[in-house]
Design a binder for this molecule. Structure first.
Ligand code: IVH
Length: 689
């Protein structure tokens, strides 16, 4: 290449680098507006466009990819190790108080210890106690370098790849202004949690997969963070609020109030429902107010954390064993109530599974009225011995699904009746079946209207085709109007048809159509999941998509081929083949693809190019990239990075300080490249000699 051509290549590179940088900045700012300020300024579509442009430019110039790029959240290349992660400053727990009296005693004790008169007013920060999983994130020079669970309090577990997938966690702290400098080192602490809606969605997906469902959002959050494969964590929309600090260098906080406001300026989400209280009386008011209000939040809380606001006072108060003296947790009483089982009805799910549900005399439990509770299955009814007419204790498990804790046997009159599962589907009247080895009864009718309704709901749900504007009632309306009989019909809807529905305006119809339009190109894994194949939950769908790469190839796969795929067992393989060999299902898939549904295939490593199929070993210090980045780069180019040199090694990339591996490569005659030569190779440049 001529020097002039080379020069222009570098210039082009600089322009590209500038645009990439600009896009990253924009995306970070929008993330901040969305996750921290709760006030997005652009539409999802406009955001996606920025993101796609960045992805595309980074594909053109993979050497410009940095680990803090917004595109690098899902590190499919890395597994979570759960390695021990010592906390520089231990993560403590909190003492509890259970009543207003205990709270006042705590306030008096603090004053005594600080040598203050009892009538002095102390400033407290009152915060909701989020019922999730605590996390500690370490930022060095503003960059996220590590995420750890609480663990023992002194040593946590490293879950960095998982935490990076949480969109509300900034990979880089935001530099708000010169007045708010960034710390050189900081451990920020907070709580990761799942919304009620997301919890329900995950459980629905687990149900399809045939894996146990989670009892409450906290368990689901813990299960989602403790995943070896970060891609699974990425599918679960975890949220997070930050509220405490561990070790910190280069920034000094004066108070909890200042900590919270500084965090949000750094781009860390903080709970908006905190309140600075003058005196314990105001804290009590806050507690009373939130006793009811907390039930209307989209996540679980199990109390109020009260913290002495001033950090100087906090320091003076110090710690006892594992908890600070300067903070306490007020716990709301458990929420249970007694009521009567009026009826037991049976619901039909997407796969035809029959679930018994108790209809209760409406009763208030923790601020909301409960009138139904799930009974899971017939065995559960027998185990708890629930009968129609029984007085039962109900409780809101994790605030979401109410459940029956126990029957109050002393209230029995003898008029109660035992419930037996129906022999016919309550929706279509078909005889129900129980497959060998299964606990659930199923409706076998492929045209059962209730199955269809549930199947459609699943099809449009998040994680599947994600057509939000077709949620709930709207879909039922379409079915009732005879406009939609199966998922493929959704893609043939016209504006005129929509306008015939009740409460449908021009604008709404257009929104629905554009949401449908946008769903045509969902990732292949989402499409596979949307089909509602039994045992194929989101994760299995992901595995299938990345193995087969297209719907056509998946449809040709034999049971043996499927069972040979890692993580696909014989039951799943059989279920997939049964589903995909069914004429009705094949016809549905054909109609979907014909009506312009075109799932996006997963990104595949390059099958051609200088690194395709090659084994590369890195040794010595790399200057332009870290070792994991280098390895990821090789993988993206279709190669394999290995740790040791052998005859099978195609190249060794050696930086300064290379030792025995370099020597071995020389002995074996393996080609040796400098880092610069390695980049030249992937970029297809020749090197200035
Ligand atoms: S402060 C030294 N604030 O509750 C004080 N904790 O029972 C550290 N939690 O491990 C905790 N919301 O997981 C604090 N606003 C909040 C909280 C909160 C939830 C959790 C946290 C902690 C546990 C203590």
């Amino acid at each position: 290449m001529s020097p002039a051509a080379e020069h222009s290549l570098f210039e082009e590179d600089a322009t590209l680098a500038a645009r990439i940088d600009d896009l990253r900045q924009q995306i970070r700012e929008h993330d901040y507006r969305y996750y921290v300020l709760n006030a997005p300024v652009i539409s999802d579509a406009a955001y996606d466009a920025l993101f796609r442009e960045l992805l595309q430019l980074e594909r053109q110039a993979p050497h410009l990819i940095t680990p803090d790029s917004p595109t690098q959240r899902v590190g499919g290349d890395f597994q979570t190790t759960f390695d021990p992660a010592p906390h520089r400053v231990p993560m403590l727990s909190l003492d509890n108080v259970f009543s207003e009296d205990e709270l006042r005693e705590w306030d008096a004790r603090i004053k005594r210890m600080l040598g203050l008169p009892l009538d002095e007013t102390i400033e407290y920060m009152a915060e909701l106690k989020i019922d999730g999983l605590s996390l500690s994130l370490t930022y060095e020079q503003g960059r996220l370098v590590r995420a750890a669970t609480r663990g023992t309090g002194t040593v946590g577990e490293d879950i960095t790849p998982n935490a990076r997938t949480i969109r509300a966690i900034p990979l880089v702290l935001r530099k708000a202004s010169d007045d708010v400098p960034l710390p050189t080192f900081v451990e920020v602490r907070g709580e990761a949690f799942l919304s009620h809606a997301e919890f329900a969605r995950i459980n629905a997906s687990n149900e399809v997969s045939g894996v146990p469902t989670f009892a409450n959002p906290r368990n689901a959050a813990a299960g989602s963070l403790r995943q070896k494969d970060p891609r699974i964590t990425a599918e679960r929309r975890l949220e997070v609020f930050f509220y405490a600090v561990g070790a910190c260098e280069g920034y000094v906080f004066g108070s909890q109030q200042e900590l919270l406001s500084t965090y949000s300026q750094w781009g860390l989400p903080v709970n908006p429902n905190t309140r600075l209280c003058r005196g314990i009386g105001e804290v009590s008011e806050y507690i009373a107010e939130w006793a009811e209000r907390r039930h209307h939040l989209h996540y679980d809380t199990d109390g109020v954390v009260v913290k002495v606001n001033s950090f100087a006072m906090q320091e003076a108060l110090g710690y006892v064993s594992r908890s600070p003296r300067w903070a306490t947790a007020f716990k709301y009483p458990p929420e249970q109530a007694r009521t009567k089982v009026e009826r037991i009805v049976v619901q039909v799910g997407m796969t035809g599974a029959l679930t018994p549900v108790a209809e209760l005399t409406p009763v208030r439990v923790g601020g909301v009225v409960i009138s139904r509770a799930t009974l899971h299955n017939e065995d559960e009814i027998r185990r708890k011995d629930v009968r129609v007419g029984d007085t039962v204790v109900v409780q809101r498990a994790g605030e979401v699904i109410p459940e029956i804790v126990e029957v109050v046997a002393s209230e029995r009159t003898g008029d109660e009746t035992e419930f037996v599962m129906p022999k016919e589907c309550p929706a279509c009247g078909s005889s129900v079946e129980r497959r060998p080895g299964e606990a659930v009864l199923r409706c076998p009718n492929r045209n059962c209207p209730e199955k269809l309704r549930q199947r459609l709901r699943h099809f449009v749900s998040r994680g599947a085709m994600d057509i939000e504007s077709l949620g709930g009632k709207r879909l039922d309306q379409l079915v009732e109007a005879g406009l939609v009989q199966d998922p493929a019909d959704i893609y043939r809807l016209t504006k005129e048809e929509l306008l015939r529905l009740e409460r449908m305006g021009d604008k709404l119809a257009e929104n629905i159509l554009s949401a449908i339009e946008a769903s045509r190109h969902r990732p292949l894994a989402h499409f596979i999941y949307a089909l509602g194949i039994r045992h194929v939950g989101e994760h299995t769908a992901e595995v299938l998509a990345s193995h087969f790469g297209s719907m056509e190839r998946l449809m040709e796969a034999t049971e043996e081929e499927l069972a040979a795929v890692a993580e696909i067992g014989p039951t799943i393989a059989e279920s997939i083949v049964t589903f995909l060999s069914d004429d009705g299902n094949r016809e549905l898939i054909r109609r979907l693809l014909e009506s312009g549904v075109s799932p996006t295939p997963p990104e595949r490593p390059l099958a051609e190019g200088p690194l395709a199929g090659k084994t590369v070993v890195f040794t010595g210090t790399l200057e332009r990239m870290s070792r994991p980045e280098a390895e990821a780069l090789v993988k993206r180019h279709g190669g394999r990075a290995s740790g040791s040199v052998s005859k099978q090694t195609d190249f060794v990339v050696a930086g300064p300080g290379a030792g025995s591996k370099l020597a071995k490569a020389q002995t074996l005659g393996v080609p040796i490249l400098s880092e610069e030569e390695f980049f030249a190779l992937i970029e297809g440049r020749s090197l200035p000699s």
